[in-house]
Write a protein of this length. Sequence first.
Length: 344
Amino acid sequence: MTRVLLTGGSGFIAAHTLDVLLKRGHSVVTTVRTQEKADKIEADNKEAVEKDQLGFAIVPDIAQEGAFDEAVKSDPPFEVVLHTASPFHFNVTDVKKDLLDPAVIGTTGILKSVKKSAPSVKRVVITSSFAAIVNPSKGNWPGHVYSEDDWNPITFEEALESPQAGYRASKTFAEKAAWEFIEKEKPNFTIATINPPLVFGPIIHALDSLDNLNTSNQRILAAAQGNWKDEIAATGVHLWVDVREVAEAHVAAAEKENAASKRFFTVAGHFSNKEIAQIVKRHFPEFKDLPGDSTPGGDYPEGGLDKAYFGFDNKRSIEVLGVKYRSFEDSIVDTVKSFQAKGL
């Protein structure tokens, strides 16, 4: 059993990560912004709370200096920190204030707090993103195979151009700041980063309404609700992973000695929105206004994946972390079923 601090416990990925940690017998404290969020997580994990296997720390604003100073102190002391707290949304009025600062200050802030007040911590695992790997200026980049060696070259000026650019930059700058911290500060702990693309999969965290669904899953909901009956939305990035594999990767990166000082590109495969629509129609024919085979939009680039789109290398996540990726169909079906449980 390891004593673990998990940040951002009410999030989509964090809820699944908490699930894996508890099932593996680890003792967890999770940070949340409010007591109300803590109460909801407690309601979903009563047994763990009663066994003293799960506790909470309130961190109202991760972008504040010293935000995690108290949260990292524990008796017994923490050995591992999983840092998942970071904004992923495009409801942005000020890119720097709403996206860049919380991501960068939140990440460097927790590393500073761990170095200062939690000398027992040996590993910090950080949720990064394919956004910190992809080079958007290259477009579909046929023939290129993305791996952990790639970095998004976005500049601060480019980051301010749009919320999407700001999001990609927030993940890139935060991850770079973490590696720079390790290089300069030489703390007692090592880090690992998890870099998923679009994350699909069932929702298990407390969600008042499907209106507040995580960004990646919104397209699956759009298909199920009939929003694509006349035209399927463009796919954008054709890479996906299931949230359950992302959660497993976080925990494995904490547990495995040889995961130290590595990035992990956790990606299951290519997908298109057209395939989402077809899977929903095949398994949930009762839904109304579903697109048919002839409905335009949402397909792969002309010329197909082999000739017209970049590839990916996920070997490190499989070989080092032992991740076993499930099928796209299973992921989509499980996701829609979880929406039904929330009132779809």
